[in-house]
Each structure stands twice: as structure tokens, then as C-alpha cells.
Design a protein around this ligand. Structure first.
Ligand code: SF4
Ligand code: SF4
Length: 450
């Protein structure tokens, strides 16, 4: 019988909530804890919550299978205590399946879903700085990924995606659409936009990717798309996207008052990691040439930043951008192939951690998104577009290699691109049936009647 990891590999499952790490690699071997991230801590998103309420039975069946495969002593879903409906659905499914899955009910703080914060909330263990959850005996996946694993167990590849479309749209909704569906079609399914001019974020408002209206025209749903947010054209995201690096560094040197607030509220610092964004800001304020500072251990610790955005959205009283500057420093360090030395610990969480957690609503307020924060989104809309453009790279690792050519007829769920031999990556399948019309960095399929 085919092993679970092999089924997952064949189905092309990758982490649906983050960077798209191939799941079959993650679930090989044993673990003490298998933790599922149901926190959905990004304000406005409702995707995982919808799945937990409506697919609880499938989630618990898949978790039990993974737990057995990995000989996990504990299978835990971490979610917020405020998710009453989701908790009721999951507890019912656990009881019906006589499952050993447990729920860890957390406060509503951001970023409760950060992998390392979640591991600490569930186990009380700190993942060492720069390390993986496996260093603390844990494997973490998110809710949508576990649902994709359920489908893989039952022979279906990952070709359909759940995502939230909200903000300045007529009918905020959860969608289930084929991978490769255009953002334009998704926005149409949510009733269209309320404004003629707007700004888009792909993903959550704290960590998602900002897109202009022009960029949105060519964007498509990938295996990792969790949301499409339509936001005011002059809002926080649009303004910050315009800031240039030299202007940011100039601002840092003239305006950083070294209040330490960015460090004191940083979730990684609060876990005991030696990341101190105020020091990075101070050093760059004195010398704006990032390249000249790469040997400095304080600067190197920018690598420990998870880019959650708390420092710049919530903490900084001067409106500076420690997260964006950390991202730049990380890029320079990676180009120079420098890895920071975080020391050997012990890494002890701050006794202030609990009182310094940022309520999710506060993050939404600071982003100017309060009016969308409490929108009720319960509806699911589904669609079968006539055309999809499926990217060959929707995951960490090498792009998939096409096994079809223009003119080929394909059926839904047929394999259309494979992971190159000896490389990390994931297979790609047709999300609709039809005729392949183009093969480039995307495979375009147009529906065709038989
Ligand atoms: S983005 Fe800011 S708050 Fe978040 S981990 Fe990085 S330095 Fe810390
Ligand atoms: S919070 Fe802002 S002003 Fe305060 S130390 Fe950090 S970057 Fe500087």
C-alpha cells in the first residue's frame, strides 16, 4: 500500500498558509507533537475558520492518519478560544471519531499563528533562534494543508483553493476556486469592488503581498493564496509600498528615538531570541551602508525576524519601518551567504510576554482596517472558470517541469508538471479540464467541450 508521504507527494501538497514548503518532506520521520495551526491570526481572513467549521470531520481523520504515520504522542490544533463555532465543530468531530486530537485554546493575539509562538503556546518549549519546530520535537502544518492531506489520502491532488475575498467588495466571501483562477474573477465573485480605485493585498493585511491595481490584473490564485483584500487606494498599504529604501534609512537616522518599543513588543524577542530591532535601527541610522555592517552580530540577528510587522504597524511611535529594514538586511546577508550566530541559549521567554501580546483587533485598527474587522463572512461561493493560468512555481524549491504541451487535452486533476529529479519541489495538476493553450512559467488551460 502506498505510504502517506508518497500520496502527499503525488498530490503536490505544499504548505497552504505560508511559503509553500513541500508537505511530504515535512511529515517524514517521527515527531512528539503534530501541531495544526488554526489560529488564523491575520486580521480579516476567514479561510481557515470556514474550513474548521465545515470540514472538521475530514481534518480530524487526516490528523489521526498523520499522527499514526509520525508516531506523534500529541496531535493538537492551536486556535483561538473565541472561535466558538469552530471549537464546537471540532469537538464534535473528535468525539465522533474517538480521536486523541486535542485543542489548545489561545487568546486572540497577533501573531498567534507564527510557527514559533504557536509551538510555545502548545508545548511551553522555545524553538531555538533560526531553528525549525523539529528542534523542539514538533511538526507544524496549517488547517488548509491538513484538508489537502485529507484529499491526498483519498486520491485527489491539490487543485482547488479556499480563500477569503474581503474589504472594499460588495459581498465579502469565502471562495473555493481552481488554482490558477485570476484575481479579477475572484473579485467579480465577491460582487466587484466598491471603489473605482483601490489597492490589493494578496494574503493577510500584516504579512501579505501588496499589489497595485495593475499588478492585480495578472495575479492568479496559487496553492498558497489565503486571501484577496481590496483596500482603499490611499490606505496604509498603498502609502508604505511607495516608501523608498533610502528615504526609510534617512527617516531612521533622523527620527528613531531609541525608545526600544519595537524590541519590547517583538514576538521573537519576547520568546527569548536575541533579536533587537532597535539596535539594528540605531546602527543603520549611524551608517546607512547596510553592506558595511554585515559582520556586526546585532545586524546579523535580523535573520531571526519573522517579518510579522508588529514593530512597524503597532510599536513604533515615529512611524518607522524596522520590519522592512530587517527584510533588506536579511536579503543582503543571504546574498553574502552569512548565517547569524544566535548562541547556545538558554532562550528564556520574557516574563512580560503575556502582557505584551498584541490583540488582533489592535493590529487591524492600526492598519486602518477596523471597519472590515468584524464583517460576518459565512458564505461560500464556488466557481469553475473557463480559463486558468497555473504557475509552475507555487512552492519553495525548484519550479515544476511541464509534461504537457500547447494543444494537449487534459482532464481535471491530471498531472501537468513534475518535480525535477533530485530537487525539492512539488507536482502540479490541472485544476480544470480542457485544452492547454500555453506553456511558459504558467500552464494555461482553456475549458473545451468534449
Ligand atoms: S517584524 Fe519586527 S516585531 Fe516582527 S519579528 Fe521582525 S523585528 Fe520582531
Ligand atoms: S520603536 Fe521606532 S523609534 Fe523606537 S527604537 Fe524602534 S524604530 Fe526607533
Amino acid at each position: 500500500m502506498m505510504q502517506l508521504a508518497e500520496k502527499i507527494r503525488e498530490a503536490g501538497v505544499v504548505g497552504c498558509g505560508g511559503a509553500g514548503f513541500p508537505t511530504h518532506i515535512k511529515i517524514k520521520g517521527q515527531t512528539e507533537y503534530f501541531i495544526v495551526n488554526g489560529a488564523e491570526c491575520e486580521p480579516l481572513l476567514r479561510t481557515d475558520r470556514y474550513i474548521m467549521t465545515h470540514f472538521a470531520t475530514q481534518l480530524i481523520e487526516a490528523m489521526d492518519a498523520i499522527g499514526r504515520e509520525m508516531s506523534a504522542a500529541h496531535c493538537v490544533i492551536g486556535l483561538k478560544a473565541a472561535y466558538h463555532e469552530e471549537i464546537a465543530a471540532l469537538e464534535k468531530a473528535i468525539a465522533e471519531a474517538d480521536s486523541a486530537v486535542t485543542l489548545c485554546k489561545m487568546e486572540s493575539f497577533y501573531p498567534a499563528g507564527d510557527e514559533q509562538s504557536l509551538v510555545y503556546e502548545v508545548t511551553g518549549r522555545v524553538v531555538p533562534p533560526g531553528g525549525l519546530p523539529s528542534a523542539a520535537g514538533c511538526v507544524v502544518d496549517n488547517i488548509a494543508t491538513v484538508l489537502a492531506i485529507y484529499d491526498a489520502i483519498h486520491g485527489a491532488p491539490l487543485t482547488q483553493k479556499f480563500l477569503t475575498v474581503t474589504g472594499e467588495v460588495k459581498h465579502p466571501t469565502v471562495l473555493r476556486v481552481p488554482v490558477g483562477t485570476s484575481f479579477a474573477r475572484c473579485i467579480e465573485l465577491a460582487g466587484g469592488t466598491l471603489q473605482n480605485k483601490w489597492f490589493c493585498v494578496s494574503g493577510g493585511p500584516m504579512m501579505g503581498k501588496p499589489l497595485t491595481m495593475e499588478e492585480t490584473e495578472t495575479a492568479v490564485v496559487t496553492k498558497t493564496t489565503s486571501g484577496i483584500l481590496i483596500l482603499p487606494e490611499n490606505g496604509y498599504h498603498a502609502k508604505h509600498r511607495e516608501l523608498r529604501v533610502d528615504a526609510m534609512l534617512r527617516q531612521a537616522s533622523s527620527a528613531c528615538i531609541q525608545c526600544r518599543s519595537c524590541t519590547e513588543l517583538c514576538p521573537r524577542h519576547l520568546l527569548g531570541h536575541p533579536l533587537q530591532p532597535h539596535k539594528i535601527m540605531r546602527k543603520l541610522a549611524m551608517n546607512r551602508d547596510i553592506g558595511a555592517l554585515l559582520a556586526d552580530p546585532d545586524i546579523q540577528r535580523a535573520q531571526l525576524c519573522c517579518e510579522c510587522g508588529i514593530c512597524e504597524v503597532v510599536a513604533c511611535p515615529m512611524g518607522l519601518q524596522p520590519r522592512t529594514i530587517n527584510r533588506l538586511v536579511k536579503q543582503k546577508l543571504s546574498e553574502a551567504k552569512i548565517r547569524c550566530d544566535s548562541g547556545t541559549g538558554p532562550f528564556i521567554p520574557s516574563p512580560e510576554r503575556d502582557v505584551r501580546k498584541i490583540p488582533t483587533g489592535k493590529a487591524a485598527l492600526r492598519l486602518g482596517l477596523w471597519e472590515y474587522y468584524h464583517l460576518e463572512i459565512r458564505e461560500l461561493r464556488e466557481d469553475q472558470p473557463q480559463t486558468v493560468a497555473i504557475p509552475l512555481k507555487m512552492h519553495i524549491g525548484a519550479p515544476a517541469v511541464p509534461v504537457v504541451k500547447a494543444g494537449d487535452r487534459v482532464s481535471q486533476n491530471q498531472l501537468i508538471a513534475v518535480c525535477p529529479p533530485d530537487a525539492m519541489g512539488a507536482a502540479v495538476h490541472a485544476s480544470i479540464g480542457g485544452v492547454v493553450t500555453a506553456v511558459g512559467d504558467r500552464i494555461t488551460i482553456r475549458e473545451a467541450k468534449a
